[in-house]
Design a binder for this molecule. Structure first.
Ligand code: OGA
Ligand code: MN
Length: 206
């Protein structure tokens, strides 16, 4: 079995059993480096924009809530490398559907860059205007990351006795985080250096 099919099995089992998963080395190092290089080139050409909150009529830029910069991926304008990423995500989507019956039909994703000092306050990825988001998937591309660099993803969990706990995960290159968009509140703690990732959502409609 291919390495990443095994990875998909791990992610799917975790999603099924607890609603979230953190998996290291989801992609090989050479692939991560190439993706990072491409994203850095896109960043230099200045197509990234401050990310917003909400969508449609409720869309607003609120840097006091989130201060990352994003560039949406266009499924029809992918480089060969990005095509590989997209195919992997669709493979994962099929694997999730086979096990979890979530009826995931399509995928949307953006490149993200958190500049030094930026963050994203606690939120859910699924809310009224984006109710079609079912599974969130974040792939980190950073070359190196230390605890002191900040920028951890903090996920909140409610224990069976109702008490809330959280766990922090550093944005280590090659690490993939997947979780149910409507069930896991999370935030990005302030980062002390540039933090690069691709974030996507599996949707229950086209
Ligand atoms: C998001 C998000 C988490 C991360 O873009 O909605 O929560 O670790 N990202 O980048
Ligand atoms: Mn989020």
């Amino acid at each position: 079995m291919e390495e990443w099919e095994k990875n998909n099995d791990i992610i799917v089992e975790d999603l099924y059993n607890k609603g979230w998963c953190v998996l290291d080395h989801y992609i090989p190092e050479d692939f991560r480096k190439e993706l990072l290089q491409e994203q850095k080139e896109l960043l230099m050409h200045g197509q990234f924009r401050l990310a917003g909150i909400g969508s449609g009529d409720t869309f607003a830029i609120k840097p006091e809530i989130r201060s990352d910069k994003v560039l949406w991926m266009d499924e029809n304008l992918l480089t060969p490398l990005q095509e590989v990423y997209w195919d992997k995500m669709n493979g994962l989507r099929s694997a999730i559907n086979r096990r979890c019956y979530l009826g995931l039909k399509s995928y949307e994703a953006h490149f993200a860059m958190y500049p030094q000092g930026s963050f994203y306050l606690r939120h859910l990825d699924r809310f009224q205007t984006v109710s079609y988001r079912i599974v969130s998937v974040v792939l980190y591309l950073n070359d190196s990351w230390e605890e002191s660099d900040g920028g951890a993803l903090r996920m909140y969990f409610t224990r069976p006795d109702g008490i809330e706990e959280y766990e922090d995960f550093l944005p280590l290159g090659g690490r993939l985080v997947a979780f149910l968009s409507g069930e896991i509140p999370h935030e990005v703690l302030p980062t002390n250096k540039e933090r690069i990732s691709i974030t996507g959502w599996m949707k229950d409609r086209d």
